[in-house]
Design a protein. Structure first.
Length: 259
């Protein structure tokens, strides 16, 4: 049993140091430090985003994005840290994060597909699939969900990777909206106005316009490897509680007879 526990714990810690390449799934970890995040679009202090999973994405033109993710309580936390982007345009650069709640990867997005946008030094927006309008990829703008935060700012002196000013985008996504799952369909994109370029994951996704969200059929996967993100359904909780009670009283009775 100790060997099994050690293997599980080792896997969880390893996921926190995972670097994703190509279309490998992004692994998200449970963290107890996300309530300390200061939402300003940057590393506010050196340890701020340290207790999270790390995925490093490198692109052909030399652009590097350090992508951080974790979950705590009723929220998923993500940080898009564009450490190599020395040119930035406030009010037009943005990052967007998308979830396929049921991971069914439909060609046309349905109501379980959500996207969240943060504009650099600007506003944040939420979108949901199942729109009849195709010009933006069949997504419609919806009111920002309760608890959602999307902030784009300039990360600099406290950043763990470079003190040169560059864009950073912090997100807090409510699980009441995207659900709790061990496997989401997932996509993110960052738009660089200066070079008119999109930097996405998966990296092979073709993006035609800043206003069009790619089809969920080409998104990748976001996985909770330790199964810590999903909640037990009530029938399972009742079953576990009943089993625990039976085990307790059986053990107590056995101990009484052995005296």
């Amino acid at each position: 049993m100790k060997v099994i526990y050690f293997a599980i714990i080792s896997f969880i810690f390893a996921s926190g140091m995972q670097c994703a390449y190509a279309d490998e799934p992004i692994l998200i970890t449970l963290s107890g430090g996300m309530n300390k995040v200061i939402f300003d679009g940057k590393w506010s202090f050196f340890e701020e985003w340290k207790p999270t999973s790390l995925n490093t994405f490198s692109y052909n033109d030399g652009t590097i994005i350090e992508f951080r993710s974790a979950h705590q309580g009723n929220f998923i936390y993500m940080f898009v840290d564009a450490i190599s982007s020395s040119h930035f345009a406030k009010g037009s650069d943005y990052a967007m994060i998308c979830f396929d709640r049921n991971d069914n990867k439909t060609v046309v997005p349905d109501a379980d597909d959500y996207c969240f946008m943060s504009v650099l030094d600007g506003n944040s927006f939420a979108y949901q699939g199942n729109s009849p309008l195709g010009f933006n990829g069949n997504f419609k703008k919806i009111p920002n969900p309760d608890g959602f935060i999307g902030i784009g700012g300039i990360s600099d002196k406290n950043d763990r990777y470079t003190d040169i000013s560059h864009p950073g985008y912090e997100f807090r996504i409510p699980t009441d909206t995207v659900g709790r799952s061990s496997d989401y369909g997932f996509f993110f994109v960052m738009y660089d106005t200066h070079f008119n370029k999109f930097y996405s994951w998966p990296q092979n996704v073709t993006i035609d316009s800043p206003f069009k969200i790619p089809s969920p059929s080409v998104w990748g996967d976001l996985i909770s490897p330790d199964q810590s993100l999903p909640e037990f359904p009530w029938p399972v909780i009742v079953l576990i509680s009943s089993f625990t009670a039976v085990l307790f009283f059986s053990t107590k009775r056995l101990g009484f007879h052995n005296k």
